[in-house]
Design a protein around this ligand. Sequence first.
Ligand code: C2O
Ligand code: CU
Ligand code: CU
Length: 506
Amino acid sequence: MSSVSRSRWLRRLLFGVLALAVVVPGAAGGCTAWVYTSAAVSTVGTTDFRNELAIPPLAPSTIGPDGSRVFELDMRSGTKEFRPGKITETWGFNGDYLGPTLRARRGERVEVRVRNQLPEASTVHWHGMHVPAAMDGGPHQMVNAGESWAPRWTVDQPAATLWYHPHPHGKTEQHVRRGLAGMFVLDDENSESLTLPKDYGVDDLPVIVQDVKFSGSGFDNSHRIFRNAGFLGEQILVNGTLAPYREVGTELVRLRLLNASTARIYNFGFGDDRTFALIGTDGGLVPRPTTLDRLQLSPGERAEIVVRVRPGERTILRSNPIEAGLDFWNQRFSGGDDRLDILELRAAATLRPAPELPATLATLEVPDGSTSVRERHFDLNLAGINNVPMAMDRIDLTVARGSTEIWVVRNADGMPHNFHVHDAQFRVLSVNGAPPGAQLTGAKDTVFVAPDSTVRLALRFDGPADPNTPYMYHCHLLWHEDQGMMGQFVVVEPGQSAGTPHAHGH
Ligand code: C2O
Ligand code: CU
Ligand code: CU
């Protein structure tokens, strides 16, 4: 049985058991109630915030002969003591878990020397980065165990919080779950001139959020019954730290939130419901700060927020039940009812004053769709996008370099999905025909699509053209991606047609 028909079968079984529970109350009803009740997780009020939040180090770099900024990333296996006295087997970049923060400036040429010291082949993808297809690190750029890969490109996009992670076809969830992920921060002239908190690790904090479950000396990555979304954990790691707190010494604190979980959707807010300013989305700073008290991020999405703290106080960043248009069952079994403590901020007794946030932050560079040359439709289904499962040797779309297109993405399934496109940042034009909310007004590369809803996106692919090497678009719930909710497109010169991709990397 395929996993799709299996999950349909499980759903039918659940409804069957329920129907039975109505007719014959007793054992079956009790069993269903137990499965339903035990599916919800709450760590609110029981998290002791005993560990100081780790800050991933900034990756050192050297300047290569051609002036490039050169980084080194070693993918390796290791162990880490997340819990006192208990060792967990992990994977990481240049360390045991996660990886350093890479940082580069617009206009710089970068090179990343990736060495795979894992026992198996993998890749490193630069999520959110505008890169030539052969440097993208998708499933066509596999790096075998013991081998190296050194992609190079010129950074040509606005300041943003991007990230990197493996992308081996069919195994992305596993590889990310073991610990392979890191941030890639871009700066530009504009971001450097703005009066925003920007002292890395001091008032500008990376917040890489993952849900995990431990078992013996490893992570328990098994999917529990009815979990259509994939793996859902019961404890939260931030930057690899369990139950983290962080002392802060300034009135304003910037958090670069990255949902690096493989299926979980977070609905962030503070325990006391204080407001915060949204200053950036996936692809960079938004035109102007917006005040929010909740911010939902699905897997792969990022947001930069700035929160104000008062001297001596503590406040908890928390995830609340999600608002994702899910039915009763999918809400519960996709972790939608869960409440999770994420991070406690502890303000010093005296705080350094911070200037007010600038009224305007950036000019968006994403297209507004007015010059679109074509519209394409994508139906999201676990069975495959437009019901076609991913195939490494099939190009699904061919896009002309420099042209703007409108992509209409619909969730045709009852379960949560999102949509991520490689290489380009896009603008969300509408959600179900209405203008998007504040959270979707900036540059995006990943967008949540609720069941039975439709988002319209405007994208432009600036190239370079490479008819033989595809980029990916996919659901970023990584188990869904692994199951084949992914397609491939190539960027060609106008009038050129797609070539032939290789069925395997290399
Ligand atoms: Cu974050 Cu195709 O990936
Ligand atoms: Cu990506
Ligand atoms: Cu999905």
